[in-house]
Design a protein around this ligand. Structure first.
Ligand SMILES: Nc1nc2c(ncn2[C@@H]2O[C@H](COP(=O)(O)OP(=O)(O)OP(=O)(O)O)[C@@H](O)[C@H]2O)c(=O)[nH]1
Ligand SMILES: [Mg+2]
Length: 424
């Protein structure tokens, strides 16, 4: 595979751990693709796991012993970055901890050199943790600078809207603006939406109507991991005749759904079904979970482009209903009239999400106007705090400047504006 997979901070590593369990499943029936598309030639995963505190990455040590992770690619510091983007971005000025940024870039260089052909990096992180957001932003910038021809795909988790950390809105603001400037696409997952979706899939209800249902982080991470596997697991279409995976899925995804460099925030939805499948109704159930309108009641969800990936051991059943499914998706995602080819569709006969269960999955990635809502919420909340100087001293202390905030506000407002005007 031509990608290096970089996990940063607690969330980035926990999602990665869940993801690798699915992506490296052994003995998968009908697996015609290269069995080790994610590894370098010596059989170790092309993954780098970084965190400023040791506890999450240390758990992966077991997998170093079993041979999957490379010991030098588990990079830890001594203490966390206190949910502070500035602390994560600028790092520790202390002799007690060797620079995490330099160590990560050195591991990345070695991984890139181990690949026959390096096409880019897939970065996993949260938007609001000090390490995931701050160090993650710094890494995007450094990778873009050093490997300017490679692409960067970010897999990012936005925090719950309420009740997490008082600094989450500043961290999200700064991180989103760095992503906009330095990466090619952002697969965005939002903890609130994911919690509702996972609860619905598990059949859980909230004890009281205005409360969130109880769902574990691990169940939510499994959902993220299965969406990623649905989108990025090697397909026959990108595999050579001799069965070698070209590893082009992340980069082909970017080509399909990020046709314009200014709009790169992607919404993902997935539905799975065991037994007999009616693809039209599976598509309808996926579409049902889409964000429909903004709080102001304005419809938001025009899309510039949509990619649908259908995986099923009965691939031909999908091909028979392909036209009607795509028609349904085009309507539900409200594809913009100025894109003559807004829909792409990939299929494969292996459903890696649930192999061996006679199951089918439909995963949809859309460059969709609902991103404006996330961006506007982050800007509004960060701006309210910024105007009253709330908590800003934490950012000045670690080297942030007013210009960083000003530029971030401007960047996000302009992207939100572009997204909300999609239908015009
Ligand atoms: N979905 C999901 N969200 C997580 C997980 N772990 C943390 N988060 C979210 O990530 C945010 C906090 O970021 P972390 O990744 O814990 O922080 P970090 O990157 O380790 O940074 P510091 O601890 O501040 O150095 C919060 O919004 C959490 O809800 C996880 O396993 N799954
Ligand atoms: Mg942490």
């Amino acid at each position: 595979m031509s990608a290096v997979w970089l996990h940063v901070g607690q969330c980035g590593n926990q999602i990665g751990e869940e993801g690798w369990q699915i992506l490296t499943r052994e003995n998968v029936p009908h697996a015609e693709a290269d069995p080790y598309p994610f590894c370098s030639p010596d059989g170790k995963l092309s993954a780098i796991c970084v965190d400023s505190e040791p506890k999450v990455v240390r758990k992966l040590q077991k997998q170093v012993k079993s041979g999957s992770f490379r010991e030098n690619n588990l990079i830890v510091g001594k203490r966390g970055r206190g949910n502070n983007w500035a602390y994560g971005y600028h790092g520790l000025h202390s002799a007690t901890e060797k620079n995490l940024l330099e160590r990560t870039m050195e591991s990345l260089r070695k991984e890139v050199e181990r690949r026959d052909c390096y096409c880019g990096t897939v970065l996993f992180h949260s938007l609001s943790g000090g390490t995931g957001a701050g160090l993650g932003s710094r890494l995007c910038e450094a990778i873009r600078d050093k490997y300017s021809l490679g692409q960067i795909l970010s897999v990012t988790v936005a925090p719950h809207q309420a009740g997490e950390s008082p600094l989450q809105h500043y961290n999200s603001l700064l991180c989103l603006s760095w992503l906009q400037r330095h990466v090619d696409g952002v697969l965005r997952f939002q903890n609130d939406a994911m919690l509702r979706r996972t609860a619905a899939l598990l059949g859980k209800k909230a004890p009281v109507s205005d409360m969130q249902p109880q769902v574990s982080l691990s169940a939510m991470n499994t959902y993220v991991a299965s969406c990623l596997a649905g989108l990025l697991y090697p397909l026959k279409a990108f595999t050579t005749g001799s069965g070698i995976s070209m590893g082009m899925e992340p980069w082909e995804l970017l080509r399909s759904v990020c046709p314009m460099p200014t709009m790169k925030f992607l919404h993902i939805a997935q539905g799975c079904k065991r037994g007999t499948v009616f693809w039209d109704s599976l598509a309808a159930s996926v579409v049902h979970s889409l964000p429909r309108e903004s709080h102001a009641g304005q419809p938001l969800h025009y899309s510039t482009s949509v990619l649908a990936v259908a995986r099923s051991y009965q691939e031909d059943t999908f091909l028979l209903s392909r036209d009607s499914v795509l028609r349904k998706l085009k309507q539900a995602y409200r594809c913009v009239p100025w894109n003559p080819f807004p829909l792409s569709c990939w299929t494969d006969s292996l459903n890696i999400v649930e192999p061996g269960c006679h199951s089918h999955s439909l995963t949809i990635c859309a460059n969709q106007g609902s991103s404006a809502e996330l961006l506007q919420q982050v800007v509004a909340r960060a701006e309210a705090m910024y105007k009253t100087n709330t908590y800003l001293h934490w950012y000045w202390r670690y080297g942030c400047e007013e210009a960083d905030f000003q530029q971030a506000f401007e960047t996000l407002c302009s992207v939100a504006d572009d997204y909300s005007r999609l239908g015009e």
